[in-house]
Design a protein around this ligand. Structure first.
Ligand code: ARG
Length: 586
């Protein structure tokens, strides 16, 4: 594995050393390089420098230019423009040689691993036991999975935590019902995902009805909660049955989503049960939490609700029970002290951001979150319907996630069938799943996560515009060209002059690694999505202007096939980081 210095970094380095050579006091100054329409790059950093040195910026720029080596190696041309900008053009040879080195590196495409990698615990895809998954859980799963893919690629170590809702008073009601009606829930090993959820739904509804109508049942359910919390064996077994049955369902949904979830990373609220009394004791001893009307709570000056009353975080309820906050606080201790996390990332609905604000602040006060640990709630927005209102069925019910995914796949099947008439039914089904699920993921990921986004299937599976299908087609089209080339193999010819469209494509390909690093550091998968969309657009422009198989010389055919190949590999890798497949044919 050999990583490749990006052209941007190489140009940046050359400029920086020319600057320092001109003005030694400028050592470390940023030349402020960026891509530009006028040339390949423009550097604006000289302006600030000249101001500081009380020099004429255009003269200073000319001095710097005089120290830059131009030629075939890297910088072909540099000129002063405007008030003292530098316009820089990179040599064609450098572009081709750079891409050749990337291709030779294989899977990583020359992208280096980061030096100061830490450990990020990613809390995502956290449905609730005995409950249907909804579109909010979809966003957490899709965004979390993409963030993990990008972070892993940069060299960060990630650990997943699926903090499922598997604890709480509602289990008293469920377990008591199952205790009184044994056999209502089939053994988990005998059911598929759909049956599991329909059984759970039935038991949930029946127990709820009893709970609401029968005072004595209510009392028995309440006692059952106590039994659960004190670790009664029989009660725990029944509880486990609910968890196992739910997992069958979760796994079936994650499989549909084409997402790998590892059993050892499903660590729900219940896992922190044993540590919660200690969490409460420590907080009280340290004075971080105080008793208020029997409950143990934490107050915050700046967090106030109605009538300007302070809103506390409840660590322990007056009846002694522990809730959501206690599990999250205990989880932080575990993730920092035992998993050695340097970053805690929570991919959770924006409606919980106040909760996390209070939990993080409490953990900071307690010293469980030190300065060396970052905690961040990647608070995503709401999923809206095509009408711009929160996503509901026509009847106003919340939409079942599986129905939604099935519909996306069905729509995709129509698109696939129309485009490729020579596919078998099996092939159509396989492609439709990859296109449909890809469309759902891409629509989510191409929007900034903290914004609401519209779930509009028609738009999602459209071949035009910023959709995954458009990207998948670009990829499949390249594969088809590579197949058509037959014996002629892609090969780099750095000696060839490049067409404008080839240069634009090549420079964009060079920026892949920098884009992934930026998108990962900012938890912004939409930046990678935008990069890939632009890549496909630049490829289309190249393809329109530069004949590949019918290019003028055999060397040019090979070189253009080579550009196609690097583009395909970059598309493939980028989409894979987002959790989206790129079928070889469509
Ligand atoms: N299960 C919760 C829900 O469905 C999300 C859990 C988020 N993670 C956490 N550590 N609190 O709303």
């Amino acid at each position: 594995m050999a990583s490749v210095t990006s052209l941007t970094d190489s140009v940046q380095q050359q400029l920086a050393s020319a600057l320092t050579a001109t003005r030694p006091e400028a050592a470390g100054a940023d030349p402020l390089l960026r891509r530009s329409d006028r040339a390949d790059y423009q550097a604006n950093g000289i302006l600030a420098l000249a101001k500081k040195a009380k020099a004429n910026p255009r003269e200073l720029a000319a001095e710097v230019v005089a120290r830059i080596t131009t030629g075939d190696e890297l910088i072909k041309d540099v000129e002063v423009s405007g008030p003292g900008f530098l316009n820089i053009t990179v040599a064609d040879r450098a572009i081709t040689a750079n891409l050749a080195a990337r291709l030779a590196d294989g899977e990583r495409l020359g992208v280096p691993l980061k030096q100061d990698a830490g450990t990020t615990v990613v809390d995502y895809a956290q449905p609730n036991v005995a409950k249907e998954m909804h579109v909010g859980h979809l966003r957490s799963a899709v965004i979390g999975d993409a963030l993990r893919g990008m972070l892993d690629f940069t060299g960060e170590k990630t650990i997943g935590r699926h903090h499922i809702g598997d604890w709480g008073t509602q289990f008293g009601m469920l377990i008591q019902y199952l205790f009184e009606h044994p056999g209502e829930l089939a053994p988990a090993e005998d059911v598929d995902g759909e049956q599991a959820m329909s059984n759970l739904n039935r038991v949930y509804k029946a127990s709820r009805a009893l709970f609401d109508s029968d005072e004595e049942f209510k009392e028995r359910a309440r006692k059952r909660v106590v039994a659960l919390q004190s670790g009664d064996k029989e009660t725990l077994e029944l509880w486990q049955h609910f968890v196992d049955e739910s997992k069958v369902y979760f796994y079936s949904v994650f499989e549909k989503l084409d997402m790998e979830i590892r059993d050892e990373e499903i660590v729900g609220e219940s896992a922190y049960n044993d540590g919660m009394p200690e969490t409460a004791r420590l907080l009280e001893e340290m004075g971080v939490a105080v008793r208020s009307e029997g409950a143990l709570v934490v107050f915050f000056d700046e967090i106030r609700g109605k009538d300007d009353q302070p809103v506390p975080l409840i660590v322990q309820k007056a009846d002694g029970g522990f809730g959501y906050a206690a599990s999250d606080l205990t989880a932080i201790r575990n993730r920092v002290q035992d998993l050695h996390a340097t970053t805690l990332l929570y991919v959770v609905d924006v409606r919980q951001s106040l909760h996390f604000k209070m939990v993080f602040e409490t953990a900071r006060r307690a010293g469980w979150l030190g300065d060396e640990v970052t905690a961040h709630n990647m608070a995503y927005g709401t999923v809206l319907g095509a009408d711009g209102k929160p996503f509901k069925t026509r009847a106003g019910a919340s939409v079942r996630l599986e129905d939604l995914l099935d519909e996306a796949v069905q729509r995709a099947a129509e698109v696939v069938r129309e485009k490729a008439r020579d596919l078998t039914e099996d092939e159509i089904r396989e492609r439709a799943a990859q296109v449909g699920i890809g469309a759902v993921k891409y629509a989510d990921l191409s929007t900034s996560p903290n914004r609401d986004y519209k779930f509009d299937l028609d738009q999602m599976v459209s071949l035009n515009g910023d959709t995954s299908v458009y990207l998948q087609y670009a990829y499949a089209r390249i594969q088809s060209i590579l197949r058509k080339a037959g014996e002629v193999r892609p090969a780099a010819h750095p000696e060839l002059a490049l067409h404008e469209a080839e240069r634009a494509l090549g420079l964009h390909l060079d920026a892949f690694g920098d884009t992934v690093f930026e998108a990962a550091a900012e938890y912004a998968p939409h930046k990678l999505a935008a990069y890939l969309y632009q890549l496909a657009s630049l490829y289309t422009a190249f393809y329109d202007k530069c004949p590949v198989l019918k290019a003028e010389t055999p060397a040019q055919v090979e070189n253009r096939l080579f550009l196609c190949d690097v583009t395909a590999r970059t598309l493939h890798r980028g989409m894979a980081l987002l959790g989206i497949r790129t079928p070889e044919r469509l």
